[in-house]
Design a binder for this molecule. Structure first.
Ligand code: CA
Length: 223
């Protein structure tokens, strides 16, 4: 899952990015309020972590613009403002959650997973499709009850597709979801990951629709 971190404090943003990356998220950082809206409208992010005190445009203005533009991207506010009124205001403007600094990296990750789960319409933490089970918390993949070792990028592809079974994602959409800015992407990288996943989880686990993209079907063809 790809997360945009809008935070201007270099130390805080560095520690957030490091901990989220080690939890398997793809993370991009922006330290200026003016650029946030353009970014979420031009690229795919699964979630925005939004500091309220940003240079040039404050977080609440950004949030209002995002929701006025009918963008559904999940937003978690991260801020030192801890009054009840601030929290209520942020949530009423359309934030999905609100975390007061300082917070622990563990709690941040748990709240992100929880928000992502809700945004995908799920309540249960594990996703089970066909004979494969994916746990977004541990990033463990099991097939028929046996753990399967996937690379970080293979896991990211599975995660992107399994969150919304039956929904097609093109190669470019998958690339956007599994690579951050500045990461070098081979033109056939997605194909290579899909091939490796099929070898480990079965050929039918991911379907290809020529010229359209890939999806994990809701049910096995045999079912
Ligand atoms: Ca700030």
């Amino acid at each position: 899952m790809r997360i945009l971190v809008a935070e201007d404090d270099a130390m805080i943003s560095a520690s957030i990015c490091t901990s989220l990356q080690s939890d398997g998220f793809v993370v991009d950082l922006v330290n200026n309020g003016r650029a946030v809206n353009d970014m979420v409208s031009s690229e795919h992010f699964d979630l925005l972590l939004l500091d309220l005190g940003l240079p040039e445009r404050n977080g609440l203005e950004i949030l209002r613009e995002i929701r006025d533009g009918k963008r559904a991207i999940p937003v978690i506010i991260i801020t030192a403002r801890d009054s009840v009124d601030d929290k209520v205001h942020g949530l009423d403007l359309g934030a999905d959650d609100y975390l007061v600094k300082p917070f622990s990296a563990k709690e941040l990750s748990a709240r992100i997973r929880c928000t992502l789960r809700r945004s995908c319409g799920r309540a249960e933490p594990e996703i089970e499709i066909q004979d494969v089970k994916f746990n977004p918390n541990t990033r463990q993949v099991m097939k028929n009850g046996e753990p399967v070792a996937l690379s970080a990028k293979e896991c990211a592809v599975v995660e992107a597709l399994i969150q919304r079974p039956g929904v097609m994602l093109s190669r470019a959409q998958l690339e956007e979801r599994i690579y951050g800015w500045g990461e070098e992407v081979d033109s056939n990288a997605v194909l290579v990951h899909i091939h490796a996943i099929r070898q480990k989880l079965g050929h039918d686990f991911i379907q290809t629709l020529r010229g359209v993209g890939y999806c994990i079907p809701k049910k096995n063809r045999r079912q």
